[in-house]
Design a protein around this ligand. Structure first.
Ligand code: SF4
Length: 349
């Protein structure tokens, strides 16, 4: 699997701690694509072929002009065996998804769109410093649907304000196959962290965030979606293949500034200054990661993978119904998924 990182945004959202740079100058994207293609050529042998999934993430990949996207897609065809490709995703912000841009994405072979809707409340969108309005988000979903995209995912954020209506717009839900829903987190160093510290933004407490999680869950399940990971819901058969392979710890090649790669044992990443970082996973690191990713998915944790002497640590979670056992696995319940990180941490070695 191949990940292409596009770390550019028009402006910074208040909550965002991702590495992303503002766009500068007319030839900016040409230089980015030149460097990306050079890296692709140099590192193409690092990934097993054929490639099954490709994911353009960011940042804002839909900021790329069509000519740049075309050159990257041509490069992927030159460098990799794509005969078994079954999913090609691009993350997009609503304001970029004009009918022309959408039809070009379809022509270039993208078959899955992940749209950063975040909220359908204009006040919340302004507070988060998003560039789009609720109307633009709804139009983007509608236009993508009309352009023939049958596999549309939308991102939502909850836990932003008290008692807010979430996913009230059924028209949007009808046209999408996948929803990623994240609780807002306050990351150090972000504009949101400053606003919260100064009391200019007051976020709901843990009980209200949990209430919104359950309300969202019920709404999505009632509309035919199934939760398959703590933050991800899909109609049957529309689970993200690319992301599911991350959770199975499948090796991947990440290209572009800030991108991470994993070869099964070693994680590497491209630092913004051009150097490459590297971390070799110890057996303990690999075990802890397996616990974390397994307990965040409804597939759960294989009972046989839990180390000797550790199973009794899970008993309290079985007693309070955060976990149930079936098919040789510990499966987190809806409530248990909310506490997945804590349960995993209790078993860390
Ligand atoms: S568009 Fe995405 S990556 Fe860019 S600043 Fe906003 S949240 Fe961060």
């Amino acid at each position: 699997m191949v990940y292409i990182h596009v770390p550019f945004c028009h402006r910074k959202c208040t909550y965002c701690a991702f590495y992303s740079k503002p766009v500068r100058g007319a030839d900016f994207f040409d230089r980015y694509v030149d460097a990306l293609l050079e890296e692709m050529e140099r590192r193409k042998g690092e990934q097993n072929h054929p490639i099954k999934t490709i994911y353009f993430g960011g940042g804002t990949p839909s900021i790329l002009p069509i000519g740049g996207l075309q050159r990257i897609v041509d490069g992927l065809h030159r460098c990799f065996d794509l005969t078994a490709l079954d999913e090609t995703t691009i993350e997009a912000n609503p304001e970029d998804l004009t009918p022309e841009y959408l039809s070009t994405l379809a022509r270039l072979g993208f078959n899955r769109l992940s749209i950063g809707v975040q909220s359908l409340d204009d006040g919340v969108l302004r507070m988060l410093n998003r560039r789009h309005t609720a109307r633009q988000a709804m139009d983007a979903v509608e236009n993508a649907h009309r352009a023939g995209f049958g596999n549309i995912s939308v991102d939502f954020i909850y836990g932003i304000s008290e008692g807010v209506g979430i996913l009230d717009d059924l028209d949007v839900l009808e046209k999408v196959a996948h929803v990623s829903a994240y609780a807002l987190t306050v990351e150090p160093g972000t504009a949101l962290a400053v606003q919260v510290e100064q009391g200019r933004v007051v976020l709901p407490g843990d009980d209200e965030v949990a209430r919104q999680y359950h309300a969202l869950h019920e709404r999505l399940e009632a509309e035919g979606f199934r939760q398959y990971e703590v933050s991800n819901y899909a109609r049957p058969g529309f689970e993200s293949r690319h992301n599911s392979r991350y959770w199975d710890r499948t090796p991947y090649l990440g290209l572009g500034p800030g991108a991470h790669s994993f070869d099964g044992k070693k994680r590497t990443w491209n630092n913004p200054d051009g150097s490459v970082g590297e971390e070799i996973l110890t057996a303990a690191d690999a075990y802890n990661e397996m616990l974390m990713t397994s307990l965040r998915t409804v597939r759960g944790l294989p009972v046989d993978d839990v180390r000797d002497g550790q199973k009794e640590k899970l008993q309290p979670y079985l007693d309070c119904s955060w976990l149930v056992v079936g098919d040789g696995r510990y499966h987190p319940t809806t409530e248990g998924l909310l506490h997945a990180d804590g349960m995993a941490a209790a078993l860390f070695v």
